[in-house]
Design a protein. Sequence first.
Length: 113
Amino acid sequence: MHKRPRQERFKLATQYHLKDNFEKVGIRSVFDPHNADLSGVTGNKGLYLDDVVHKAVIEVDEKGTKAAAASYAEMTGSCLGCTIDKFYADHPFMFCIRSKSIGVLFMGEVNRL
């Protein structure tokens, strides 16, 4: 009787906040609300970074291996001339954040509330 090798299943996820690392190598002004100039992104000089985050996930099961990684910047800024309407999410929805000058910046969907 031959034994089949057992396939281990696991999922690992990591998240790194990189702001301190950027500041250690001299990249500071983009994190400072008074000195950042990210106007090339939106035309708004009030935009600055709160953090830069890198996430990575690997999942292994009997079907194979899946891996993904992504980095993103958390931004803060003022919104001159913006109006904010109330939005109540009581069902799945899609969203889009766009700039009049650039076009779509972010798009996504929420399936579970």
